[in-house]
Unconditional design. Structure first.
Length: 78
């Protein structure tokens, strides 16, 4: 019997899993967990029971809003 190592499935094109999205944003992945809990941060989609994915374009949009001093302070994940 072969010993196959577990490989994380790739997200759909244009999306990142939580860990990859956190790296993209320059934060720890637990920060994204807290942001979801607190209804803050970039929009995400639930993928199954325990996985979340983030659209790269939405991460860029959120970063742009964070950099803008005139941003809407109530922006939160949809």
């Amino acid at each position: 019997m072969e010993n196959k190592a577990y490989t994380k499935p790739k997200p759909p094109k244009g999306w990142l899993w939580t860990e990859d999205a956190a790296e993209y944003l320059g934060v720890h992945f637990t920060t994204l967990y807290r942001w979801r809990r607190d209804d803050y941060g970039p929009a995400f989609k639930r993928h199954g029971r325990r996985r979340y994915r983030y659209r790269i374009a939405e991460l860029d949009r959120w970063l742009d809003l964070e950099a803008d001093p005139n941003r809407d302070s109530n922006y939160a994940a949809a």
